[in-house]
Ligand binder design. Structure first.
Ligand code: LRH
Length: 480
């Protein structure tokens, strides 16, 4: 039986990579062809993505990947590029951490109350949802001139193929999709005067998305035709597709810059309780819903490391394991931690504000961050089960944080459930497997997961008693 190769372009908030997945009937291997930094750029008008730099990295990566049977692209959600009538990019895409959306939500809710917006779209409130970004950009010269909006993976796909589309899983993060119909939320868009005509037609994970252009073939040294396949182009959709779970009684936590913690459901949960708890209903493969909460994630640690002069995790994590746990915790879901800069100070201030000691050493600060993440993970897992009326027996941790043994163990402890960690490159695996499925090499979602469970090395962490200590720490935050 044949082994085929697929290139997964996976763009994250701090780096991009091109991975090559080799898939056979009973084998699955992923190797990194090329990794490149993604450095946000601060210019006078705000925080921007260096999208041409990223595209250059993608081309280098495809060249390094060599011959492949197809290409898939995923990235972080919500952000987009605008094109003029000639198809030319109008400026650098705005970074979702740019402060332009401050105070915008309140204006939006004045024309469409938050309750109705949630009932129609199922999306959590986050200031950076595309809907708020478009409201913030309203009246700008750029948006006025724009004829087309392409989400980041769709933009890269357009540059590679010349063809435009809007992939559904990522489109669901715009807050302009109705999770019941899995189609545009026309009422929301017209109420807020958002031109849905800006978007290219929807496509589904697995749909063909064109072929590499002749110029791209030339630049990468590949020989055509090389098809591009739409995958779960939202990185979290791809990562959840690659959770090596069995059955449905599992929760997942996709850890990276963010922690996305929740459940895979067949139907959205659009209740008022769910809105108040800020759970989101993003769309996944095959009619599934990613019911989850956004938690600040390892961003808290990465930003802290930046202000500490980048000490290595090989030093920080063992040191954090040695200091006493649960001395101070912060609310890792708090949007106050969204913006870059002064992270250790902001964490210290949050500890003081809730009557807890400020971390003093770098080891203590690291422990505070990991404890806070584990706590937020456990809270999201517990609340998701209640709100969706679905119990779980195991928590899967995928993404970069699956390599962080301390974080995985603390999460098991806080949840009082076993944690199965891996794969760390879940988004790339999900990307590859959707391409392989479109190619007829693997069967349904359960087959994809079985193949991962059989072929990847996973680590299991058993909970170490005393969930009560975690609940006590949680109460410190609630009492604020
Ligand atoms: C993770 C992610 C997450 C979104 C955020 C903007 O990379 O896609 O799912 O909420 O970026």
């Amino acid at each position: 039986a044949p082994v085929k190769s697929y290139a997964a372009v996976d763009l994250g908030a701090s780096s991009g990579r091109v991975m090559v997945g080799r898939v056979g009937p009973d084998s699955l291997e992923l190797t990194e062809a090329h990794r490149f930094p993604n450095r946000p750029v601060r210019v006078p008008e705000g925080l921007r993505w260096d999208i041409l730099g990223l595209y250059g990295g993608v081309l280098d990566g495809l060249k390094a990947a060599g011959p492949v049977d197809s290409v898939g692209i995923d990235s972080w959600a919500v952000d987009y590029g605008l094109l003029d009538a000639d198809g030319a990019l109008l400026g650098n895409p705005v970074h979702y951490r740019d402060p332009r959306t401050e105070g915008i939500a309140e204006k939006v809710w004045a024309s469409l109350p938050a309750e109705r917006l949630y009932a129609a779209t199922g999306l959590q409130y986050a200031p950076f949802n595309t809907l708020y970004q478009l409201a913030a950009a309203r009246g700008s010269a750029q948006l006025d001139r724009a004829e087309r909006l392409l989400l980041i993976p769709d933009l890269i796909s357009y540059w590679l193929t010349g063809e435009q589309g809007t992939e559904l899983t990522n489109a669901s993060t715009t807050q302009l999709i109705d999770p019941r119909t899995r189609d545009w939320a026309h009422g929301v868009a017209s109420r807020l005067d958002i031109r849905l005509g800006l978007f290219a037609p929807l496509r589904q994970p697995g749909d063909p998305a064109g072929f590499l252009r002749p110029e791209v073939l030339e630049e990468t040294g590949l020989s055509g035709p090389v098809p591009v396949t739409a995958v779960g182009s939202h990185d979290t959709a791809s990562a959840v597709a690659a959770v090596p779970a069995e059955g449905e009684r599992f929760a997942y936590i996709c850890t990276g810059t963010w922690s996305l913690a929740g459940l895979e459901l067949e139907r959205p949960v659009l209740t008022e309780e769910s809105r108040a708890a800020n759970f989101t209903n993003e769309l996944g493969l095959d009619g599934t819903v990613r019911y989850l909460r956004n938690i600040m994630g390892l961003w808290l640690l990465e930003e802290s490391r930046r202000s500490w002069g980048e000490p290595g995790l090989d030093v920080l994590l063992p040191a954090a394991a040695e200091v006493p746990g649960l001395r101070s915790v912060v609310d890792a879901g708090d949007p106050a931690f969204l913006a870059p800069g002064r992270m250790p100070e902001r964490i210290g201030e949050a500890c003081r504000a809730s009557g807890q000691p400020e971390p003093y050493t770098v080891a203590e600060a690291t422990r505070c961050i990991l404890d806070s993440l584990a706590l937020a993970h456990s809270r999201a897992v517990r609340e998701a089960q209640l709100l969706a009326d679905r119990g779980v027996d195991v928590v899967h941790i995928v993404g970069g944080g699956a390599r962080n043994a301390l974080l995985c163990q603390l999460t098991a402890d806080a949840c009082g459930l076993p944690v199965v960690a891996g794969p760390a490159e879940a988004a790339a695996f999900g990307n590859v497997l959707v391409q392989a499925r479109a190619d007829g090499l693997v069967g349904d979602r359960a087959d994809m997961r079985r193949l991962l469970a059989r072929t990847q090395r996973l680590t299991r962490y058993e909970p170490r008693g005393d969930v009560a200590r975690w609940r006590e720490a949680e109460a410190r935050l609630a009492a604020r």
